[in-house]
Design a protein around this ligand. Sequence first.
Ligand code: ZN
Length: 240
Amino acid sequence: MRVAVLSDIHSNLPALEAVLEAVRPFDQLWVAGDIVGYGPHPDAVVERLRNLDAVAVQGNHDAAALGRIPVGTFNDMARAAVKWTARTMKPHNLDWLAEQPEIRVEGDYTLAHGSPRDPLWEYLFSIPAARLNLAAFETPYCIVGHTHHQMTFRDDHGRVEALLADDGSALELDERRSILNAGSVGQPRDGDPRACAMTVDTDTAAVEWRRIEYPIEETQAAIRELPLPGRLADRLELGV
Ligand code: ZN
């Protein structure tokens, strides 16, 4: 089965559409959280995912939009966007978000937004954090997002290594436990403004990462027409 794996879409419909087009055909769509927040299209993004029968987990921005967690730790831009998102979203789309768990298992893969031991909050940037989390899920592999950086942490016989990924990077998964990060569709932060995607072939355990151009100016224009902080539009073209 060929699975398209997306994360941190952040209400950016043009980015989502470009990514879906680029990774077609796929049999299933997995989403590692932060479906909403920051961007201008929360309802349209959720409706697109629902129509594709996406398998998703909640991220911290989703949970905040649902009122499940306080926004006190969010920065000003994130907080303003979460509040607007919660106000604007249609009840049936919020219901769909609320139905998504914080952790789910799909075959050999555990999905969590931040990390398997702390799905809403922990950022997996470091080897020590990765080492603790490589022991915190039952399946051979785990898929996360949250950092908006495409990469893998792999337990190579006790030595944890970090493998950076970029457009065209590929990895054959094997007996070594691994945590894969799909990167961000809707708000890349590694200096490359192109949208991120990952694909997994669950039969061969082959993983690929992609970067995909999309009409950033469409998302920026939509943000600027709404009561959302303008810096959320500015940052998209910089990939920060
Ligand atoms: Zn995010």
